[in-house]
Design a protein around this ligand. Structure first.
Ligand code: F6P
Length: 514
């Protein structure tokens, strides 16, 4: 048995001894003090997790035994913690925290260049629209953030996104726009991504005679962008020490800077920096990302949950679960440790949608389905929509759901409420709720760019902590390669009509496309 597995077993003993969540509030008078944490505009309430104070102590000791503090120091020092790709991981440096003087200078210079360019586009008034072309980390972050900025900032240029290789994506992104006043930004760290190159070519053709002036690129592969046909002075760089799913803070966020202004973007960076210094400096027991990561480890490795739901009760961050799917599942969806061994259970499935919509769809499963899932509820306290009655109802629903998940409803209560009826024995059990289902509630004072930066950075660091505990490299993504290679072969064969060497099912599917 590995050291880590034996630790999980010790933790499991604690789990079997632990009582229900609601009872923990009675036996642990200081529970709120211990399990509620605040940093800046963000408050996270972990008290509705099925973890006793003793279990939390054991988890913290376990994290220390996994050398979490040492790994954290290596991360911020800019050591090459992405071992399989031999790279440092320094998205925090984009926010002004960590890395060497050289990193900090590169970032400072680039921030100046980007702000100058964004201000120029905004003041000239030549462009009315931006089409942002990119996929995965070159799309999900900017898309999430653009929606969220709408709560408190004004979009000065129309911002559209083209990501998928489905032609509908690029058609919708350009529909109704004029090439003359549209700026196309091709965003790709590698500049080798099929979808982005095809959409870039399609938009280039759509721009026609304006392509040479109206198309720019953001990349860590300048040569690739130049080969594609973008002039050297229209290329904005970022670096191999910025992972794609951690890149919204870099030049990848250029379209946001143009659409909302560099000041708004700076506030977003500052919010993340505040979470960076919190994560870097706070002891493990008072550390928000550590607490979030450990509750996730408990739910996954001790209680055996297979998924984690993310439910923002805030429409403007409804894409947060999609963003986190890449951040968490591409980072920690691994089965092999850094040392090449079996890693055991790692990242759960991340899923979710906005509340209250989900209540009328999948919440049935959350409350009564098997096995259920831990939920992160995210709410914004300020009403940004000048609709106070709507906002009160939104918050009430959010708070009610976590209470309902925890308390449930026992059968005797259901029977008390039901009128005497012949089929009582069959119906009453169906109306009961098991309860004791864990959740965390995160509240933001407001959905400002600063608070948003804070929130995203919290999850980024949570992913890092979990990667350390699961002993996986959170910063590579070899698992996306095989499908990409096969897709390229299949596309070639479909174009040439060659049969290729495939299994009967795949051959039959290819035969459908004539
Ligand atoms: O295929 C996965 C992936 O490599 C992600 O990691 C990345 O965010 C996305 O594709 C897009 O990559 P790029 O920015 O290099 O086009």
């Amino acid at each position: 048995m590995t050291d880590r597995a034996s630790h999980y077993l010790t933790l499991e003993n604690l789990a079997s001894k632990s009582v229900g969540i609601a009872d923990l509030f009675k036996t642990e008078p200081k529970r709120l003090e211990r399990f509620v944490m605040r940093e800046g505009p963000l408050r996270a309430d972990f008290s509705k997790q099925a973890i006793s104070e003793n279990a939390l102590d054991a988890l913290l000791a376990f994290a220390a035994r996994c050398d979490l503090e040492e790994w954290r120091a290596k991360l911020f020092a800019g050591e090459k913690v992405n071992t399989s790709e031999d790279r440092a991981v320094l998205h925090m440096a984009l926010r002004g925290v960590g890395g060497s003087k050289t990193h900090q200078k590169q970032v400072k210079d680039m921030r100046k260049t980007l702000a100058k360019f964004a201000d120029k586009i905004r003041s000239e008034g030549k462009f009315k629209n931006i089409v942002h072309i990119g996929i995965g980390g070159s799309d999900l972050g900017p898309r999430l953030v653009a929606d969220a900025f709408e709560a408190s900032a004004e979009q000065s240029l129309t911002l559209r996104f083209a990501e998928n290789v489905d032609g509908a994506s690029v058609n919708d992104a350009t529909a109704g726009l004029k090439p003359k006043d549209t700026l196309a930004i091709v965003v790709s760290k590698s500049f080798g991504t099929q979808e982005t190159k095809m959409n870039g070519e399609a938009v280039c053709a759509w721009l026609g005679k304006f392509a040479s002036t109206n198309m720019i690129a953001v990349t860590a592969n300048r040569a690739g962008a130049e080969d594609f046909g973008i002039a050297a002075d229209k290329i904005f760089d970022f670096w191999d020490w910025v992972g794609g799913r951690y890149s919204v803070w870099s030049a990848v966020g250029l379209s946001l800077q143009i659409a909302y202004g560099p000041k708004v973007f700076d506030a977003f960076l500052k919010g993340a920096a505040k979470m960076d210094t919190h994560f870097r400096d706070q002891p493990l027991q008072e550390n928000l990302p550590v607490m979030m990561a450990l509750t996730g480890i408990w739910n996954r490795n001790v209680l055996g949950f297979t998924s984690q739901a993310i439910i923002p009760y805030a429409r403007r961050i409804r894409k947060f679960s999609a963003f986190l799917q890449q951040l968490e599942m591409e980072s920690n969806g691994k089965r092999i440790t850094r040392g090449g061994k079996d890693a055991g259970l790692t990242c759960p499935i991340i899923w979710g949608d906005e509340g209250t919509n989900g209540q009328h769809a999948f919440f049935q499963w959350l409350h009564q389905g098997t096995p259920g899932a831990p939920v992160d509820f995210i709410a914004v306290l300020k009403d940004h929509e000048a609709r106070p009655t709507h906002h009160a109802a939104l918050l009430a629903n959010c708070f009610a759901q976590s209470e309902a998940l925890m308390l449930g409803k026992p059968e005797y209560k259901v029977r008390e409420e039901m009128e005497e009826r012949a089929d009582m024995d069959a119906i009453a059990p169906q109306k009961t709720f098991p309860g004791n289902r864990p959740s965390t509630t995160i509240t933001l004072d407001e959905l400002s760019p600063f608070a948003l930066g804070h929130l995203i950075a919290l999850y980024e660091h949570k992913v890092f902590v979990q990667g350390v505990i699961w002993d996986v490299n959170s910063f590579d993504q070899w698992g996306v390669q095989l499908g990409k290679v096969l897709a390229s072969t299949i596309l070639d064969e479909m174009e040439t009509g060659e049969a290729g060497d495939h299994d009967p099912s795949t051959s039959a599917l290819m035969g459908l496309v004539k």
